[in-house]
Design a protein around this ligand. Structure first.
Ligand code: UT7
Length: 325
């Protein structure tokens, strides 16, 4: 009998402070940077983002999201034998944020590691956890995307600092004889590393190189629309399903214009795309599990529906997961 992995619980967490575009415009104006609610909404669809306070860590957000996912799944932390956490903003160089989360949840003995694929991180983490569960060695995984991007933004660069926010999302992924994840496909093109990067590194007690996120927005935009379309088609073909089988498309939440363009290319109505970028901004590896949890908890996503989760971002990386919820 074939073994699948299946999502049995979802959870998410946001920092306390929501910052509207208007508030951000005022804060940036004090630094001599000009932007407006009009520009941000019309170019990106973002209306607000959540920004972590100085005492909030990526681990804090991840633990909060994980606890909610465990509660929904009706399992305890002791039942977890694998933690895969996607982040580009870990709390420490090492150990991994997954290990810090493991300790906080009181989980003993489970395998725990981070995955680094920037905004594709959650889709990468889910694919890795799915493969590990299907071997039969692991039975119950916590798969988490958690980020505090506000700490790697250059708040004098208006082309990036208005776009990102902080947050976390998590799922419990369990071994099941019912499907489950149906197809996972990942890709990367390292030759495009420079269009979205945070190039600095720690060396001899100092940060060497540029410590901030830098992005060629237009180059990323064009690549994102192309790969999201082809990647959705790839997982559909793999599972021998037509695009009409998609109940909900949950792409990485970077820009509503990217989400709409992808839906248009797939011939999918906008009404079948989950959009949270307006409320959260771009939360990188957290964006897909955050959007998933919002739509599960507000009742749009129900058991048995087909979902396509999609990541795209720095690396350049991209990929999709097709699943029956
Ligand atoms: O998470 C990974 C994935 N990331 C993405 O998918 C991001 C993809 N890229 C995008 O979403 C868009 O390219 C942006 C939202 C980043 C930019 O939108 P755009 O329509 O490509 O704008 P642009 O870069 O062409 O800039 C248009 C104008 C420029 O002024 P000029 O040169 O025309 O005078 C910019 O300087 O808008 C200006 N501008 C701003 N104005 C007010 C750029 N940022 C801002 C700002 N406020 N925050």
């Amino acid at each position: 009998m074939r073994t699948y992995s299946r999502i049995t619980g979802t959870g998410s967490a946001l920092p306390q402070r929501a910052v509207s575009n208007a508030e951000l415009a005022v804060e940036l104006a004090q630094r001599g940077i000009e932007t407006s609610d009009d520009w941000i909404v019309s170019r990106t669809g973002i209306r607000q983002r959540f920004i972590a306070s100085a005492d909030c860590s990526t681990t804090d957000l991840a633990v909060d999201a994980a606890r909610k996912a465990l509660e929904m799944a009706g399992v305890t932390a002791d039942d977890v034998d694998l933690i895969v956490l996607a982040t580009s903003t870990p709390d420490q160089v090492f150990p991994s944020t997954a290990c810090l989360v493991q300790a906080r949840l009181g989980i003993r003995g489970a395998a725990a590691f981070d995955v680094q694929a920037v905004c594709s991180g959650f889709v990468y983490a889910l694919t890795v956890a799915d493969a590990m569960i299907r071997t039969g060695t692991y039975r119950r995984a916590l798969v988490i995307g958690a980020e505090i991007f506000s700490r790697i933004l250059d708040w004098t660069d208006r082309t990036t600092c208005v776009l990102f926010g902080d947050g976390a999302g998590a799922v419990v992924l369990e071994s099941s004889i019912e499907p489950g994840l149906l197809s996972c496909r990942l890709h990367a093109d390292g030759s495009q590393a420079k269009i979205l990067c945070a190039a600095g590194r720690v060396d001899s007690g100092q940060i060497v190189g540029d410590p901030f996120l830098r992005m060629d927005g237009q180059a990323v935009f064009k690549l994102a629309v192309n790969v999201l379309d082809s990647s959705a088609r790839e997982v559909l073909a793999d599972a021998k399903l037509d695009v009409t089988a998609i109940d909900w498309l949950i792409p990485h939440q970077a820009n509503v214009r990217i989400l709409s363009a992808t839906a248009r290319k797939l011939d999918l109505p906008d009404s079948r795309v989950i959009v949270t970028v307006d409320q959260h901004g771009n939360t990188s590896a957290a964006s897909v599990p955050l959007a998933l949890d919002v739509a599960v908890r507000d009742g749009r996503i129900t058991r048995g529906q087909h979902l396509v989760l999609q990541g795209v971002g720095g690396g350049f990386t991209w990929g999709s997961v097709l699943l029956r919820f």
